[in-house]
Design a protein around this ligand. Structure first.
Ligand SMILES: Cc1ncc(C[n+]2csc(CCOP(=O)(O)OP(=O)(O)O)c2C)c(N)n1
Ligand SMILES: [Mg+2]
Length: 337
């Protein structure tokens, strides 16, 4: 991957945008505009660095509930993304096929199975005209790695040589449970060896290191060499969600000690030291991010609710008699028809 000065500046702009929209979303929840939100403060480098290398003309990404930064780096419309947090639409209103981003997934480990299924399909379809495979990338957390589903998915993917990148953000916590209390051996990457898979552990707060590691994993999977694990070591600086109070399981001193250096500050220092960007650039990035957050806010406010009947319409491609019957009963009770 080529990290020209323009690319580095683009990564910085993206990270600042994600930082501002993320913090704004927490405020919107406090103001009653959104019922709930899962902040990603501190994980901007892991998300932007990995989302940035996706080829949205052919790959497919399977997120959890905390991947706003990935969606933003992939160019997904942020109002459509936030619609799930407004409870307007389950999983986000963006078009998964066009954006290449699957619906937001709140089932821990669920995205991993879906990605492996998609990648297995890609393998069965055979390579594209250039002789390489499209790749599925699944996001999941250190906590999710304790789920049986993830082990089954890794084993199946390795046996079938499915072109999938297992991107784990090890942010130190699964709600209130620290990584060391649930990941045996302390590393998710180490497990890959048991499945005969390659893996890499990367400093998840260094956006360039993340982008490089992810793009290597994509090359590996594209070449038909099977799946790969990328473990980005990062830290969840905020609460698990807007319903969580981290003060019940960690102290502010612990937070400060364990969080490490802010990934946004870190990239800024690098750009300054290398003479890549100057003060007007940094000021502009913040101004643009604030303006973007305001636009998103206006878009979220304008979102109307969807017709209730839609909950029956997108379950299966072809509906079932049982679903028809439920829809009929629902219409009778709620619309009196
Ligand atoms: C199958 C399932 N089990 C439990 C939950 C409740 N739950 C939501 S998030 C979470 C912790 C996940 O931690 P991790 O995988 O580290 O991701 P993070 O939240 O840190 O990004 C749990 C247990 C769930 N949503 N789905
Ligand atoms: Mg976690």
């Amino acid at each position: 991957m080529n990290f020209s000065n323009e690319t580095l500046k683009e990564l910085y702009r993206l990270m600042v945008s994600v930082r501002h929209v993320d913090q704004a979303a927490v405020s919107w929840q406090r103001q009653g505009l959104l019922p709930a939100y899962a902040p990603e403060l501190g994980q901007e480098a892991a998300q932007v660095g990995s989302g940035y290398v996706v080829d949205t003309s052919r790959d497919f990404v399977f997120p959890t509930y905390r991947e706003m930064g990935v969606a933003r780096a992939m160019g997904v419309d942020m109002v459509e993304y936030m619609s799930t947090h407004k409870a307007t639409w389950h999983g986000g209103m963006y078009n998964p096929v066009e954006t290449r981003l699957a619906p937001i997934q709140a089932v821990v480990g669920g995205s991993v199975l879906h990605a492996v299924g998609w990648a297995h399909g890609a393998r069965l379809n055979g390579p594209d005209d250039d002789g390489t495979y499209p790749v599925a990338m699944t996001y999941f957390g250190d906590g999710a790695s304790s789920q049986g589903d993830v082990h089954e998915a890794m084993n199946f993917a390795a046996v079938m040589a499915a072109p999938v990148v297992f991107f784990v953000q090890n942010n130190g916590w699964a709600i209130s449970v620290p990584t060391e209390r649930q990941v045996a051996g302390g590393s998710v990457a180490a497990r890959a060896a048991g499945y005969g898979m390659e893996s890499v552990q990367v400093d998840g707060d260094d956006v360039v290191a993340v982008a490089e590691a992810t793009s290597r994993a994509f090359e590996h999977a594209r070449a038909g060499k099977g799946p790969m694990v990328v473990e980005a070591m990062t830290y969840r600086r905020g609460p698990h969600s807007t319903s969580d109070d981290p003060g019940r399981y960690r102290t502010l001193d612990q937070e400060r000690d364990d969080a490490g250096e802010d990934p946004v500050t870190r990239l800024r220092k690098r750009l300054e030291a290398d003479g890549v960007a100057d003060e007007p650039f940094f000021t502009r990035a913040v101004e643009d991010a604030k303006a973007e957050a305001e636009q998103i806010r206006a878009g979220i406010e304008a979102l109307g609710s969807r017709p209730g009947s839609e909950m029956f319409e997108y379950v299966f491609q072809e509906s079932t008699p049982a679903l028809h019957e439920q829809a009929r009963q629902w219409r009778e009770e709620s619309e009196h028809v």
